[in-house]
Ligand binder design. Structure first.
Ligand SMILES: NC(=O)c1ccc[n+]([C@@H]2O[C@H](COP(=O)([O-])OP(=O)(O)OC[C@H]3O[C@@H](n4cnc5c(N)ncnc54)[C@H](OP(=O)(O)O)[C@@H]3O)[C@@H](O)[C@H]2O)c1
Length: 250
């Protein structure tokens, strides 16, 4: 990477601090999005719209570079291993079956990182719908938590809306919509909330990884589950409490 790229990225941090009213030398949470399919592109674009610097990586570096160049100066393309080295938070925007392989292949690069799982463990059912590829009562995040090694922390987030809504509901002018998240790592919460806020949503922590099933497809708090749409923070809090009540009384 040449000096120009570093200058541009440093400038984008200054712009970020200025726009957010933060101290000149405060550093936004460093984040890398790995995999530039529908969701990876949407997450990186939303962060860029929120002025949050973001590193993107793809198995094809040219694809990452072309994408970064079309979005904004605060999006920087790197090779996958470099992208992981330079960020505290890693978002593999990859299909459920491929993430398992990814977590194993890059276990040492992912040491001590915060890993955000966006995946939904579903495949087309051949009838125009989707079916789960794991047990009805299992969640992708719970399954993946068994593959997290070397002090890495797992967070379930950013996959709790369909990609169309993730794009269209970001920075809602009338009322911010909610992105739920789940994690056992209390220390990771400020960084996750910063990223969700900078992506144009309100964060709401629903509990530990054992609660992830609620915010995956078919879950009671997912757009393609009981909730059915993106909701405001007030609505999200009511839905979360109601669902808890229903679960407790079931
Ligand atoms: N689509 C939705 O509405 C939606 C909503 C919420 C959550 N999700 C979840 O988000 C994830 C991505 O979905 P998507 O719709 O964005 O899928 P997609 O368009 O098929 O993109 C998946 C990307 O994963 C990357 N990839 C695949 N195998 C990889 C590997 N072995 N190592 C590194 N990267 C690999 C590829 O990126 P490169 O080609 O750039 O390497 C590919 O473009 C899935 O887990 C899905 O369940 C999807």
């Amino acid at each position: 990477m040449g000096l120009d790229v570093h200058c541009t990225f440093a400038q984008s941090i200054l712009t970020y601090n200025f726009k957010k009213g933060k101290m000149k030398n405060s550093t936004p949470t460093t984040v890398s999005v790995i995999g530039l399919g529908n969701v990876g592109k949407a997450i990186a674009t939303n962060l860029a719209l929120g002025q949050h610097p973001v590193i993107v990586a793809s198995r094809d570096f040219r694809k990452a570079k072309d994408f970064a160049d079309t979005i904004s100066e605060s999006v920087i393309a790197k090779e996958i291993t470099e992208a992981m080295k330079e960020a505290d938070v890693i978002i593999p925007a990859i299909g459920f079956s491929d993430i398992k392989e990814f977590l194993t292949e890059y276990a040492s690069e992912l040491s001590d990182k915060i890993i955000i799982d966006v995946s939904n463990p579903i495949v087309p059912d051949g009838k125009g719908g989707f079916k789960k590829v794991i047990g009805e009562h299992e969640s992708a995040a719970k399954v993946l938590s068994g593959l997290i090694l070397h002090g890495a922390k797992l967070v379930k987030a950013f996959g709790t809306l369909g990609v169309g809504t993730l794009k269209s509901a970001a920075f809602d002018q009338s009322e911010r919509k909610t992105l739920f998240y789940a994690t056992d790592s209390t220390n990771s919460q400020p960084q996750i909330e910063e990223l969700i806020l900078d992506s144009g949503f309100e964060p709401l922590h629903i509990g530990g990884i054992d609660q992830s099933i609620r915010i995956e497809v078919f879950g009671d708090l997912h757009e393609f589950g009981n909730l059915g749409k993106a909701v405001s923070l007030a609505e999200a809090k009511i839905a979360t409490a109601q669902s808890k009540h229903q679960i407790a009384n079931a």
